[in-house]
Design a protein around this ligand. Structure first.
Ligand code: S3P
Length: 432
């Protein structure tokens, strides 16, 4: 055991990133395909299913609800039981660290004529669930939360009625929970988004034959729905690729090719921000699979201007803001954003965690209630990083370590398994 414990990871500066990489299947899309396949008619086969611990939590919950699932590496076979075929679980359903599992599954459980309890780990047990409990209760489910609207969630579902819901927060998980519940309600359930968020649920529902309509920020689904099992291919996770995109841009002499990266426009705002700042990130071989865009990305080291990230872009890169903040320290003007208070209720308080760890590395950073500002052209020093158990903080600071002077130690680095178990191996490979 080293100075910082067996799970800490030591990283030094990198000379360059080079080679070709392929990322595990998208976590957001994998959750959705699994849940929808479970309540579809007939078998589904999901290829390139995410290797994340979070998506395994979804599969385990579905199994506990009586769904037959076989997994061999990244291929998952699911025997759909139809809308009414789930069985009451014999104990609590454990969503682990996964907010997506807990929130989206709540929508499915709201439609079931039995009681279920959803629990999570210490981090998930602190996260807000009222945002799903409130609309699902309006649809007719009975939902109890712990104090402050936090998990565990006790859901007794049953007969649901459609609602029209104007979302008070920009959240794809909440939107998806309502759309999933809408599959069980007789008539048209309508969700109006505050700002556009990732639309993987809408796309998957269309692909599986649901009656779903979309116009700008309004989405309507008609129930009761009949979904058809399908063969799916999951694109590479752009939120995992983001760490390598950022690293290749800021480490000199880098040249990295990334295959089959998901490029759904509601997820790729990262490129919309970085390319106008001078980032050499080229998309080649764009194609469409199961309604999802994907392509190969070619990224090279670049001089980045930096600047402000507009508030409207925030939902489209919500998971990428920690690594963008790190990247901001290596730009000409620095980088700043507001309108991201949601980051305070993720797996950790990501605004505080990024500010704290950037300061540990000697950087100048300003923390706002809903954003961050980092100065540009900063020299980072190796430091001990506390990711607060948050996978995206650990990976963002692994990127910082590559441009820092000296050694960086990331404590409890195994939290990367939540979304990207092979992260450090892949990073070692491309940095030689
Ligand atoms: C996700 C939506 C986002 C994102 C999370 C995954 C999804 O959360 O941060 O990592 O798969 O729908 P919110 O819905 O809370 O914004």
């Amino acid at each position: 055991m080293g100075l910082f414990g067996s799970k800490s990871k030591k990283l030094n500066g990198a000379k360059k990133l080079e080679g070709a990489v392929q990322f595990p299947g998208d976590k957001s899309i994998s959750h959705r395909y699994a849940m929808l396949a479970a309540i579809a008619e007939g078998p589904s086969e999901i290829h390139f299913f995410s290797s994340s611990a979070d998506c395994q939590s979804t599969l385990d919950c579905l199994k506990a609800l009586g769904v037959k699932i076989e997994r061999q590496d990244n291929v998952v076979k699911i025997e759909g039981v139809g809308l009414t075929g789930l069985r009451a679980p014999s104990g609590p359903l454990d969503a682990g660290n996964s907010g997506s599992t807990m929130r989206m599954l709540s929508g499915v459980l709201a439609g079931q004529p039995f009681r279920s309890v959803l629990v999570g780990d210490a981090s998930l047990s602190r996260r807000p669930m009222k945002r799903v409990a409130e609309p699902l209760t309006r649809m007719g489910a009975r939902i109890k939360t712990a104090e402050g609207g936090c998990p565990p969630l006790e859901i007794t579902g049953g007969h649901l009625t459609p609602i029209r819901y104007e979302m008070p927060v920009a959240s794809a998980q909440v939107k998806s929970a309502i759309l999933l519940a809408g599959l069980f309600a007789e008539g048209e359930t309508v969700v109006v988004e505050k700002l556009p968020t990732r639309d993987h649920t809408e796309i998957a529902l269309e692909q599986m034959g649901a009656d779903i309509g979309r116009h700008q920020r309004t989405i309507a689904v008609r129930g009761p729905a009949r979904l058809e099992g399908k063969k799916f291919y999951v694109p590479g996770d752009i939120s995992s690729a983001a760490f390598f995109i950022a690293a290749a841009l800021i480490v000199p002499d880098s040249n990295l090719v990334m295959h089959n990266v998901g490029l759904n426009p509601t997820r790729s705002a990262l490129l919309d921000v970085l390319v106008p700042m001078g980032g050499h990130a080229k998309v080649v071989n764009l194609e469409m699979l199961n309604g999802e865009l994907l392509g190969n990305l070619h990224v090279e080291s670049s001089a980045l201007a930096g600047g402000e990230i507009r508030e409207g872009l925030v939902p489209g890169l919500i998971d990428e803001l920690p690594v963008l903040s790190v990247l901001g320290t290596q730009t000409e003007k620095g980088l700043w954003f507001r309108g991201a208070a949601e980051l305070r209720v993720k797996e950790s308080d990501r605004l505080a965690a990024v500010a704290e760890n950037l300061r540990r590395m000697g950087a100048e950073v300003e923390e706002f209630p809903d954003g961050l500002g980092v100065a540009g052209r900063q020299k980072l020093r190796g430091a001990e990083i506390d990711p607060h158990g948050d996978h995206r903080i650990a990976m963002a600071f692994a990127v910082a370590a590559l441009v820092a002077e000296g050694t960086t130690v990331i404590k409890d680095s195994s939290c990367v398994d939540i979304s990207f178990p092979d992260f450090f191996d892949l990073l070692a490979r491309v940095t030689g």
